[in-house]
Design a binder for this molecule. Structure first.
Ligand SMILES: Cc1cc2nc3c(=O)[nH]c(=O)nc-3n(C[C@H](O)[C@H](O)[C@H](O)COP(=O)(O)OP(=O)(O)OC[C@H]3O[C@@H](n4cnc5c(N)ncnc54)[C@H](O)[C@@H]3O)c2cc1C
Length: 471
């Protein structure tokens, strides 16, 4: 992990000719150059900050093309931004240059329920896609907790997911095609409007998760799914984390895939209960929150199958919600977790590592050993059905010795994850935070191929420099 938050350093103004061309393309009112106004676009949820030299607001694909052309002509770094909710510094303009905000490209262009698709501009909020789809009994699968204020472009840029990814997949699995602008200023159209299609290379999947380093997505054709008619929620409490981790494997090794399978270790449960008691039995070592969804006629069969898999050694209590109020009560512990962690450790290090589901027991045992070895409290929770664990290292940022121990511990956490055939990020992405570790996971030859792809799509290296790939 690189250094913590930086202080914004003014870089001086852009060349006046570049500003004039941006203003000619967008209108003067949609180009900010005053550092005081630009500062708001230098942050994201990583708590880092760097000052852009200009902020541009595009309202159409053609305007995005124009901005890319200006940045190319003057070799200006260009960072595309949705709503800046990412946690990795991915939208912090560390090299200065222009931040291109797509927040005004927020039109839903077309919805075709019969084709189960929606076409929209990249700045549309995920929540607005959900509302438009819900009017036709449909939904878009990616459900990050930030859906009310994160954009489709950002969701695709980071390949966002959420609890229901275990059954329905992440952003990458739920996009049919894209309209985008490469770093060279070329307009491209990827994919198609059907769920089958094998003509040409799959540039859609290449762009998704590329964190604005290969192209700027301007429009997306998203795959919609029928909204399940009914949902049932279960809470299973276990004596220890290993029992819960083994239950995850059992649940995933039977035919009824849950629509959510969330894990909280004992520390996470206790923190959440201290923040807001929700009736979890005292002293439980771990908890699973599970949901099954489907048709009313078949939901009880699915529920029984998941209950049978959740039962086993170490189970302390298993509760099923009978109505909406009880469902909310069962989820309350999970929802209390983030605010409770923020209260005790506002500057915690929050990782989102992933291991194959069958290796979760080894992961939790290994993390406990690393916590003891380095004297660092580690709280784990996450989307266990995908093997995606939010591993939180709690430390006092004012204590240099503790922060050093955190860094040493983190390196061993990453080694452990890779030894278990896992990956360093499931949904938050790389940004700046994990860039130094990408070479641990991806072999040098493969990284060279990725750099060659970047060079093809972004020959002058203007798109989001310093992110996603190590130099
Ligand atoms: C409270 C909270 C809860 C969260 N919960 C989750 C969660 O459950 N799951 C999850 O996956 N994430 C979660 N996140 C992280 C974040 O919300 C997601 O990564 C989200 O997808 C970012 O969307 P955004 O519009 O804010 O994108 P930004 O942060 O603005 O951008 C993210 C990345 O995408 C790139 N990008 C943005 N727009 C485009 C575009 N049009 N074309 C190409 N690249 C683009 C940017 O350059 C950047 O690299 C959470 C964040 C917060 C603050």
């Amino acid at each position: 992990m690189s250094a913590p938050a930086t202080t914004p350093v003014p870089r001086g103004p852009l060349p006046p000719a570049a500003v004039a061309r941006l203003q000619a393309a967008l209108g003067a009112e949609r180009v900010l150059t005053d550092p005081a106004e630009c500062l708001a676009y230098g942050y994201d949820n990583s708590k880092r900050v760097a000052l852009p030299q200009a902020v541009a607001f595009a309202q159409s694909h053609d305007e995005v093309v124009a901005v890319v052309q200006v940045c190319n002509a003057f070799a200006l770094p260009l960072v595309v931004r949705g709503r800046g909710t990412n946690t990795t510094g991915a939208t912090v303009p560390i090299a200065g240059g222009v931040v291109l905000s797509l927040e005004r490209m927020n039109r839903i262009l077309r919805i075709s329920p019969g084709d189960r698709l929606i076409e929209c501009e990249a700045g549309v909020l995920n929540g607005d896609v959900q509302a438009a789809a819900a009017a036709h009994g449909l939904f878009w699968a990616p459900d990050p907790t930030s859906l009310a204020y994160s954009t489709v472009g950002g969701n695709l840029g980071c390949c966002a997911g959420g609890p229901r990814a275990v059954k329905y997949g992440t952003a990458r699995d739920n996009v049919l095609g894209l309209r985008a602008v490469t770093g060279a200023g070329t307009s491209i159209k990827t994919g198609c409007t059907t769920t089958k299609g094998v003509v040409g290379y799959d540039l859609t999947r290449l762009l998704v998760g590329s964190e604005g380093t290969l192209g700027i997505i301007t429009e997306a054709t998203l795959k919609l799914l029928p909204k399940p008619q009914t949902t049932k929620t279960l809470r299973a409490c276990y004596a220890d984390v290993r029992s819960a981790a083994e239950a995850v494997s059992r649940v995933m090794n039977q035919p009824e895939t849950p629509s959510a399978l969330e894990f909280l270790d004992g520390d996470a449960v206790q923190l959440a209960e201290a923040y807001q008691p929700t009736g979890v039995p005292a002293g439980v070592g771990a908890m699973l929150l599970m949901e099954v969804d489907g048709q009313p006629a078949s939901i009880d069969v699915a529920l029984r199958a998941v209950v049978a898999a959740a039962e086993g050694p170490g189970l302390v209590e298993l509760k099923s919600a009978a109505n909406a109020a009880e469902t909310e009560a069962l989820w309350a512990c999970r929802k209390a977790l983030s605010p409770s962690l923020r209260r005790i450790a506002p500057k915690k290090v929050n990782e989102d590592v992933v291991v194959p589901v069958t290796r979760i027991p080894e992961l939790v045992t290994g993390l406990a050993a690393l916590s003891r070895k380095h004297g660092i409290r580690i709280v784990n929770f996450g989307h266990a059905g995908n093997g995606n664990m939010h591993t939180n290292l709690l430390a006092d940022p004012e204590d240099p010795a503790q922060m050093q121990a955190v860094q040493a511990c983190l390196r061993e956490v990453f080694r452990l994850v890779l030894d278990l055939e896992g990956t360093l990020s499931g949904e938050h992405g790389v940004g700046i935070e994990k860039r130094d570790f990408v070479g641990w996971e991806i072999a040098a030859d493969t990284l060279d191929v990725m750099r060659a792809l970047k060079k093809t799509l972004d020959p002058r290296g203007i798109l989001n420099p310093g992110k996603a790939l190590p130099d």
